[in-house]
Structures are given as C-alpha cells and as structure tokens.
Design a protein around this ligand. Structure first.
Ligand code: FAD
Ligand code: DLZ
Ligand code: SF4
Length: 509
C-alpha cells in the first residue's frame, strides 16, 4: 500500500500532517506548479516567483532528506495544471493505492478536493492542518452560542490555554493588551533597519525567468527580488526582526513613512503562510526576547497578538462562515475598482505611496492596507468582490483564508459586524497624524472645501450620511453622528456635492 502525498504550495513544512502520516520507504511526494493556482487571480509576479522558488527548494530538501519526490514544473508539456489532474497522473505513473493530503487553507481548494474525491477511483484522505494554535473544531466550539465573536476574547482564551505571556492565570504586566502604547507617529530621528536581503540563487533566477515569460501580463514588479526561499533563510528573517526591529515594533506599529515600506514590521507573513516558518517559531522567539530583556512588553505582546490573536481568529472565522461570508455585502457597496489601484496614478499621495510600494514589493504593512487603501475602499463604496480580488492579487502573503476576513470584515464592514464592532472609517486627520504623506500631497488635510480639500475629509462624512440607516444605531458611532447632526445644512450639502463630484471623476478599472 503506497501513498501519493500531495503537498500544495502553501504547505511547505517538514511537519505537515500528510508527510508525518507517510513513509519515506514506500510513498511518493508530489509538488506541482499549476496554471490554475497561479491564475485564479492575477497574482503579483513576485508572489508566483517566490512560491515556485520556495516549492522547488522544498522539493530538493525533501529529496535530500530521503523522500521520493515528483516535482512537476509549469513548463512540463504533460502538466494538466490542476491538483486532481496532476495527482491522478502520478497515481498511475507509480501504481500507488491512495492519496494523503493536508486540509487546504482555502475553501475553493477544499471544493476541488471534494469534487475529485467524489469521482476518483482512489481513496483520498484529507488530514487536519495542525500548524495552528487553534483547531477548526476548537474555534467553532468557542464561537458556539456567543452573540459576538471578538478577537480580544478569543486571544485571551488562547493566552490562557497556551500560557504564553502569562504568570499563572494573569497576563504578564497586568494587562492583556498594550495597544494604547502602540500608536506613535513616525519619528524621522529613528532609523529603520533595512529588511533582510537574499541574493537569488540559480533556482530563483530560473523561476524569475519563467515568471517573466509566462506571467508577463500579471501585476507587479519582479525586481528587486530579495525574499527568503528556504526554511533557513526564513528563520534568518525572523532572527533579524527579533534582534533589529522587535523592540520598536509596538511603538511604531501604526506609523507610515515615505520610502520605508517595511518599517519595524516583521515581514514574515509570506513565510508563515506558505509553511517556511511556523507561528510557534515566531511567537516563541518574541517571548524569548522579552524574557531576556531584549524587547519591551508593548512590542512583544503586540507582535504575539497579531499571530496568536488575529491570525488564528481570522482563520477560525473564515472556516466557520464560509462559503456565505464571501457573498456578504452589508453596506451594498457596488462601485468598480478605480484604475489607480492598479497603476498607482492618483494625486492622493498616501494612496500613491501605498500602491507604488505594493507594486514594487508585493507588500504593504497593516496600517497601509487598513487605514489608507482599506479606508479609501470603504469610504468610496467599492464593491467587496472587486476589493477582495485586488487584495488577493497584489500581496505575496495573500491567501483567501486570511485576506477575506480582513477585507470584508475589518476593512469594508461587508459582514455587518461579525468581525469588528464598527467600520474602521477615518478622515484625513488619522493619516496626517500617523504618516508624513500629507506634506507631499496636492491636497491638504486641513482644507475642508475647494480643490485643495483632502478627499478623505468629505468622503468620511459622506460615507456616514450614505449609511445612516445602518450605522446610526451603532453605539460606537453615536458621538460621531451627534457631530454630524450639528453641521449646518450648507456644510452637509457641500460634503455631498464634493463627494459626488470626486467619485464620479474616478476612472474605473
Ligand atoms: P507584522 O505586522 O510583522 O505582523 C506579524 C504577523 O502577524 C503577520 O505576518 C501575520 O501573520 C500576523 N497578522 C498581523 N495582522 C494580522 C491580521 N489582521 N490578520 C491575520 N494575521 C495578521 N495578512 C496576510 O497574511 N495575508 C493577507 O492576505 C492579508 N490581507 C490583509 C488585507 C487587509 C485589508 C488588511 C487590513 C490586513 C491584511 N493582512 C493579511 C493582515 C496584515 O496586514 C498582514 O499580515 C501583515 O501586514 C503582514 O506583514 P508582516 O509580516 O510584516 O506583519
Ligand atoms: C498561490 C499558489 C500559486 C501561485 N501557485 C501554486 C502552484 O503552482 N502549485 C501549488 O501547489 N500551489 C500554488 N499556490 C498555492 C495554492 O493556491 C494554495 O496551496 C491553495 O490556495 C491552498 O488552498
Ligand atoms: Fe492622503 Fe489627504 Fe494626506 Fe493627501 S492630504 S496624503 S489624500 S490624507
């Protein structure tokens, strides 16, 4: 009884359940570069090159460790370009008896596996993915019967369960959450360390060549390419973050500075999500730095919360609520995506900076995604389908299980409050305070009317006005609606007129 062990592009972990359940002596491991996976959205070129290179390196490492590996390249003439097709070919090539695969991270791919299971003559065993702190059943047990699902309470449960940053049953330092210490604007006297760079080796060079040839029409720049592509390199990125950035992570977590896309963030999302790093490695490294006195609690707790809290929470929520979650559009937003999301050509400097960095690096940090691009998408009433499609395409760490709750839940409030208690809407003051973007902008955050007025200023009020029927009763927005109520009719009229003119002027993509 020999098995085919199917490993997907985001399952590049030596301890993935399908490998743990298999045998080096009898089984065959399959990895395949597939057009279906590389094109279900037009992924950023850098994401495809990164994943293909990481897959090729992983296949080599598995071979070195004694596994028999079949690696199918994109340009293999017999490649059927989908998981089922490639697995069926391998099954007959090697006369294998059954398939072992780890639960895919995305609902779309689970459906592919289920359809294949229904028609294949081979048994297909799907094993739970245990590379998370919280299993999917455990999350649904936690969610059961709760009126509201809030990350903060889930996070506290996981802190208690794991003992991470805990002293007996109390959080270390006495508080669960140090977010209020983590809101400093950028400080130009504090220099930001360069992100970890790796020279491309022959495998990466070959893959970049392939991507340039086969995916020339996809979004994004392939150069510069300096991502880690092996486990050892990803570990180096984590270590460099812990030693050079973690101490400032908390304080400058929300800060944005022109020309500094990476700030004091960790840039490990790419590696966590494809299996080159585990969340436990990252969390343990941060906690160890705290124990050694190398980083303050506000930074370490802030970082741990992103991984133990947000990352686990959005995964649980995704699997609990799919497939309905993807169809939700609470605010009935239906505007097309502006063309400038793809080409970055807008006079709004904050957006221009974030789009340029996204195009160049397939990366933007959380606040750029949430409070600049996301905030604009919310205020402008862009359709959830269009916005989800964009975020899934442009970031190298994007997979639907983590992208969709962030976009439909956190950014667009399309889920009507399943993930967040209120929309993360903000006017121009937030971006002005947390970035240096406004000083280089055609618009002014201080101007309320006329050609110089920052669009975030009027779009914010226009958004609240448009959705008054759905949002006024939200207790967290009642103060804001009171301010709106006090505005003169003339001012309100001006806001509506300016917003309409601005939105109508946008060229759709
Ligand atoms: P850091 O800021 O250093 O944080 C460390 C890690 O914490 C991240 O690598 C990530 O694994 C985790 N994390 C932080 N915030 C979140 C969050 N909100 N949800 C889940 N995990 C989180 N993250 C993705 O991994 N893939 C996505 O496709 C994705 N899309 C997003 C879309 C929007 C609109 C928003 C607002 C956020 C999105 N995020 C996504 C979350 C977050 O922005 C990225 O994880 C982070 O920017 C990655 O950079 P980093 O590794 O430097 O993160
Ligand atoms: C994202 C991606 C891309 C671009 N290409 C491949 C591929 O060629 N082969 C593969 O196995 N996986 C790829 N992936 C990752 C998959 O899309 C990911 O494993 C699924 O989305 C998991 O549900
Ligand atoms: Fe962005 Fe407005 Fe500031 Fe310009 S003025 S950078 S549009 S917030």
């Amino acid at each position: 009884m020999s098995a085919l062990i199917l490993i997907m592009g985001d399952q590049l972990s030596f301890d993935i359940p399908a490998l743990k359940a298999g045998s080096k002596e009898t089984d065959i491991v399959l990895l395949a570069e597939l057009r279906e996976e590389a094109s279900y959205v037009q992924h950023h070129k850098k994401k495809i090159a990164f994943l293909f290179s990481a897959m090729r390196h992983f296949a080599k490492a598995l071979g070195d460790a004694g596994w028999r590996v079949n690696y199918i390249t994109l340009d293999d003439n017999s490649n059927t370009h989908n998981f089922a097709g490639e697995a069926e070919r391998a099954l007959s090539r090697h006369q294998l008896s059954h398939v072992i695969v780890t639960h895919p991270s995305e609902y779309r791919v689970l459906q592919i596996l289920k359809n294949w299971q229904a028609c294949s003559s081979f048994p297909i065993e799907i094993l739970d993915d245990d590379r998370f702190y919280c299993g999917l059943d455990e999350f649904s047990d936690w969610a059961e019967g709760r009126k509201q699902l809030r990350m903060e309470f889930f996070y506290r449960e996981l802190r208690r369960k794991t003992g991470i940053l805990m002293q007996k049953d109390k959080p270390i330092g006495g508080q669960w959450n140090y977010d209020s210490d983590n809101r400093k604007p950028p400080d130009s006297s504090v220099s930001v360390p360069a992100p970890t760079h790796f020279e491309r080796d022959d495998i990466t060079a070959e893959v970049c060549h392939l991507v340039e040839k086969e995916f020339a029409h996809h979004y994004g720049d392939l150069e510069p390419f300096f991502f880690a592509v092996t486990h050892a390199q990803a570990q180096q990125v984590l270590t460099q973050f812990i030693t050079e950035r973690l101490a400032h992570f908390g304080t400058y977590q929300d800060a944005m500075r022109t020309g500094e896309p990476f700030m004091f963030h960790s840039h490990i999302g790419f590696y966590l999500n494809c299996g080159l790093l585990s969340p436990m490695q990252a969390v343990n490294a941060a906690v160890e730095a705290y124990n050694k006195g190398l980083a303050p609690l506000n930074s370490v707790e802030g970082f741990v919360r992103q991984i133990l809290g947000w990352r686990e929470f959005v995964r649980g929520l995704y699997w609990l609520k799919m497939p309905e979650y993807k169809t939700l559009n609470f605010l009935q937003a239906d505007r097309d995506l502006p063309e400038f999301f793809w080409n970055g050509q807008t006079d709004m400097n904050c957006l221009h900076q974030c789009f340029s960095e996204t195009q160049r690096h397939a990366y933007a940090h959380h606040i750029q995604r949430l409070m600049v691009v996301g905030n604009f998408s919310l205020l402008a009433g862009l359709s959830p389908d269009a916005v989800n499609h964009w975020y899934l395409s442009v970031y190298a760490d994007a997979y639907e299980w983590v992208e969709l709750p962030n976009v439909s839940g956190m950014v667009l409030f399309a889920d009507g409050g399943i993930l967040a208690s209120k929309p993360y809407a903000a006017g121009s003051a937030y971006i002005d305070r947390m970035s240096d973007y406004c000083s280089g902008c055609k618009y002014s955050p201080k101007e309320k009317n006329g050609d110089q007025a920052c669009p975030f200023g009027y779009l914010y009020w226009n958004f609240l006005e448009r959705h008054e029927d759905k949002l006024r009763t939200n207790p967290r927005l009642s103060m804001i609606y009171r301010t709106w109520d006090k505005m003169s009719a003339e001012k309100k009229h001006q806001i509506t007129a300016q917003s309409r003119a601005f939105l109508e002027d946008i060229t759709p993509s």
